[in-house]
Design a protein around this ligand. Structure first.
Ligand code: ZN
Length: 260
């Protein structure tokens, strides 16, 4: 194994598989056994040293490719160089196990978007983590070199607004690197919507949640390949087997090419 997050290299150690998805989520999402196994791998295959998941490592690779520094082999080394050059990074929602490493960047700004468990809310309050609405960020225009988020957009109803907000806060040569759950061969399904006037959530399908099974992290969107195509999103790399897809948006590119 080689961990691109912490740099652990070992012939003896292995990434650790765990079952992560709840039966309820698998049923709601209509996953086959094979798709479930792939997504369990994506959310586990934990590094025995830094506990990063397969998804976290994919995101780390995306971050390292978005701002390439010569001679850098893992995220830990990347953060050292990025600190020296004074990179400004917005992490929207904890990027799981990447956070402790990204947090070493003097230029890191962390905020929390989605509704989270009581425990997490308490922790955020204790740590003074700011809550930010990804569709209406409080940050100034042109202020970050890099914006990172992971598995957030499926929980955001106005997803196009979220994408353009990420673009707005980027510096002219900045990039947004993110992951979303997507099944490329399917069409996008809208599970819920928000009433524009009342702000109330209207369920179009049985409410589906991500995470521990608590009723937070409502899924608005089950993304399919059409979502990616319609918006001209660039896949930095991906695997249909595990459903791990890392996307990159450059500030200069039109963020929303075709709504639909
Ligand atoms: Zn590791």
């Amino acid at each position: 194994m080689y961990c691109v997050v912490c740099g652990e290299k070992s012939d003896k150690n292995k990434f650790i598989f765990r079952k992560i998805l709840t039966d309820g989520l698998v049923l709601d999402w209509g996953l086959t056994d094979k798709q479930r196994r792939g997504r369990d791998e994506k959310e586990s295959m934990f590094c025995p040293v830094c506990s990063s998941s397969m998804r976290s490592r994919a995101l780390a690779r995306g971050i390292m490719e978005s701002r390439f520094f010569k001679g850098v082999n893992n995220l830990t080394e990347w953060v050292e160089v990025a600190s020296k050059v004074g990179l400004k990074v917005a992490e929207i929602n904890y990027c799981g196990d990447l956070h402790p490493i990204l947090n070493k960047l003097p230029g890191l700004v962390l905020s929390q978007y989605s509704e989270v468990s009581f425990r997490a809310r308490f922790f955020n309050w204790l740590k003074g983590v700011k809550k930010e609405d990804i569709t209406n960020l409080s940050y100034e225009d042109n202020s970050f070199d890099l914006v990172v988020h992971s598995e957030v957009l499926e929980h955001v109803y106005d997803v196009d607004r979220a994408l353009s907000e990420c673009g707005r806060i980027l510096k002219p040569n900045g990039v947004c690197v993110f992951t979303i759950p997507v099944i490329m061969r399917r069409k996008t399904i809208k599970r819920a919507e928000v009433d524009r006037e009342t702000g109330e959530i209207k369920y179009l399908l049985k409410p589906s949640y991500h995470g521990s099974g608590e009723k937070n992290n409502l899924v608005f969107w089950e993304f399919g390949g059409d979502f990616i195509k319609n918006r001209g999103l660039k896949v930095l790399f991906g695997s249909s087997q595990n459903g791990v897809y890392v996307f990159i948006i450059n500030k200069g590119e039109t963020l929303v090419k075709n709504r639909g």
